[in-house]
Design a protein around this ligand. Structure first.
Ligand SMILES: *[C@@H]1O[C@H](CO)[C@@H](O)[C@H](O)[C@H]1NC(C)=O
Ligand SMILES: *[C@@H]1O[C@H](CO)[C@@H](O)[C@H](O)[C@H]1NC(C)=O
Length: 333
């Protein structure tokens, strides 16, 4: 009986190890963006700018979209500098508020395709984060995040998708966050918009697969960007302590992983072990690319649920501790 149990256990562990090796070290055939048109929203800073630089190194024509012309101009020069072949590649920018009005976005992107060529890859990186408890979150902040994070992404995809479908090729990337795997103290508005992106990504992945258009949902952890510095200003203590359980990654690391996952046609693009664990735990009814990926998720899910429970308990304890400390300070005043 013990021999049988032992063998089963060893076989189980062996299968998981083999699947992980295949998942992490197997290089699938990647698509190429050489001579293709890549559009990056939020491309003037942070993860977006890093993605545009990587695409430039891969020989693509690039358009970055953001609002601030000065930042766009500076980013454009930086991206031009990274081009593989400066004589044939083009880098342009478009100053546009993508979340304000659908007709404007549609017109701008249609015109852009006329001057810069059909869009092969759309990378939605524009996003913003403002934290605060729900009672402290202004309706303005909520509106802003819905417009930039959700509507901006939805509008840009809606504006390009028909031509991608017609040409039977294309790649769409949505940048969500690890905060679309779990709700976190202080993120009621932010998480709402980032969870929404996951629903959007899963839906269009199903719509577009028959048309050879792939969809990738990037779920980066806290990333060291100008946006993150602004987010820090509004962060409640609880949120900061909970976020501290994971580190801060560099935007070029996130961009590099995002770009490779998009070219490989992977649905989830996560960074690091924590991202992998969250994606495996929360994969539920999400699309999968290979049987290997599916089996790995199926084997890990139950176990990870228990590991996750310990994290949830520790987060609840952080929230309680903060509350108690505040009460104590109030009394001693
Ligand atoms: C990229 O730009 C070059 C130079 O303007 C042009 O010849 C080429 O057709 C463009 N590629 C696409 C896909 O638009
Ligand atoms: C699918 O798209 C890729 C490029 O993204 C292209 O190389 C391939 O030929 C396309 N396949 C079909 C069946 O159209």
């Amino acid at each position: 009986m013990t021999v049988w149990l032992g063998t089963t256990l060893v076989a189980f562990v062996l299968i998981i190890v083999l699947l992980m090796i295949k998942q992490f070290f197997w290089n699938p055939r990647l698509k190429s963006v050489k001579n293709k048109h890549v559009v990056v929203t939020g491309g003037s800073s942070g993860i977006g700018k890093c993605v545009a630089i990587i695409a430039a190194k891969h020989g693509a024509n690039i358009t970055i979209i953001a609002r601030d012309v000065q930042k766009l101009e500076a980013a454009k020069n930086e991206i031009l500098h990274a081009c593989e072949n400066k004589d044939v590649q083009r880098v342009e920018y478009l100053s546009l508020d993508i979340g304000a009005n659908y007709e404007n976005v549609e017109k701008a992107l249609t015109d852009l395709e006329k001057t810069m060529g059909p869009i092969y890859m759309l990378v939605n990186c524009a996003g913003t984060a403002i934290c605060g408890k729900i009672e402290d979150t202004t309706v303005d902040s909520l509106d802003k995040m819905i417009h930039i994070n959700l509507l901006g992404t939805y509008y840009c995809i809606k504006a390009v998708v028909q031509r991608m479908k017609a040409s039977r090729e294309g790649t769409i990337v949505l940048t969500s966050s690890q905060a679309s795997f779990l709700g976190i103290f202080g993120y009621s508005a932010y998480c709402s918009t980032k969870f929404a992106l996951r629903g959007l990504a899963e839906s269009i992945a199903m719509e577009l697969r028959p048309y050879n258009v792939s969809v990738t949902l990037a779920l980066p952890p806290d990333t060291d960007t100008p946006g993150f510095a602004i987010e820090e200003l509004s962060k409640p203590l609880e949120t900061r302590l909970i976020s501290q359980t994971s580190g801060l990654v560099r935007p070029d690391v996130v961009a590099d992983k995002l770009f490779r996952d998009a070219l490989a046609g992977n649905f989830f693009s996560t960074v690091g072990l924590e991202g992998f664990i969250l994606a495996s735990l929360c994969s539920g009814m999400s699309p999968f690319k290979s049987i290997g990926e599916l089996l790995l998720q199926a084997f890990l899910m139950g176990l990870l649920r228990i590991v996750g429970a310990f994290y949830l308990i520790s987060f609840d304890n952080i929230v309680l501790d903060c509350l108690r400390t505040r009460d104590k300070n109030k009394k001693s005043e």
